[in-house]
Ligand binder design. Structure first.
Ligand SMILES: C[S@@+](CC[C@H](N)C(=O)[O-])C[C@H]1O[C@@H](n2cnc3c(N)ncnc32)[C@H](O)[C@@H]1O
Length: 224
């Protein structure tokens, strides 16, 4: 049987991992380190507690358990392919549950954002497109642009491979090997730029050194 392009698409993946209590491992582990890095990154990007924030592919709330108490009450929404995974994070990791209505944890594997309000200011997809083919990024960019007219920025991480090596597997600086056709995926920077510009965003590559060699992009709404 052929392997799915992403581990998250393997039948029973979430049920089995959650039954074993592995909600932290499912999102890549390095729980405290990565959560702290994400919080610092958001502050560096000028995100404030007053921003209305969408965490796309939020997993078990590795970021959410830090971000929810920091944001003003009612400013956090999250989507993920598995609501059960987000709910496990809610139960196990969020200290003050009164700060987040679990109805705001929305199952959505199609980047359609059902039930997310239109007045989101900042969206983030951290370590999501590293596990999905380029078409998923294209879908998400178009949908974010369409769904959130007042969005200030869409932050997302990907792996990049140099143009002349992108057709094959590529060893990232910290040793992770990425692939053009299976997870963890890499893209060419020009592809990411073309998709972002096509969706109506200005794209900026931020030189952050993130876990496992991912790079951070900021897609900002093109000003008229
Ligand atoms: C490596 S984890 C990162 C989770 C979270 N962003 C973090 O940094 O802690 C990738 C997440 O993407 C989610 N995911 C995978 N495919 C997805 C899709 N098509 N739509 C939404 N989420 C997806 C997985 O369920 C998983 O929670």
């Amino acid at each position: 049987m052929s392997r799915p392009v992403s581990p998250y698409l393997a039948p029973g993946f979430y049920d089995e991992a959650l039954a074993k209590g592995r909600h932290r491992d499912i999102v890549g582990g390095r729980w405290d380190e990565t959560g702290r890095i994400q919080m610092r990154m958001l502050a560096d990007m000028g995100v404030t507690p007053a921003d209305r924030f969408l965490d796309i592919g939020a997993g078990s709330l590795r970021l959410g358990c830090r971000l929810v108490p920091w944001l003003e009450r009612g400013n956090y929404w999250a989507t993920d392919a598995s609501r059960a995974l987000m709910l496990r994070g809610y139960e196990a990791e969020l200290d003050d549950k009164t700060r987040l209505d679990p109805a705001r944890l929305i199952e959505d594997a199609a980047f359609a954002f059902p039930g997310v309000p239109a007045d989101i200011d900042v969206a983030l997809a951290f370590a999501v497109f590293t596990h999905l083919p380029l078409g998923a990024l294209e879908t998400a960019l178009a949908s974010v642009k369409r769904s959130f007219p007042r969005l200030r920025m869409f932050l997302f991480t990907v792996f990049i491979a140099p143009d002349d090596q992108a057709a094959d597997s590529f060893r990232q600086k910290d040793g992770v090997v990425t692939h053009p056709d299976r997870t963890p995926f890499h893209f060419r920077q020009a592809q990411v730029e073309a998709l972002s510009n096509g969706a109506g965003f200005d794209l900026q590559l931020l030189a952050d050194r993130l876990p496992r060699g991912q790079v951070l992009f900021r897609a900002a709404t093109v000003s008229a």
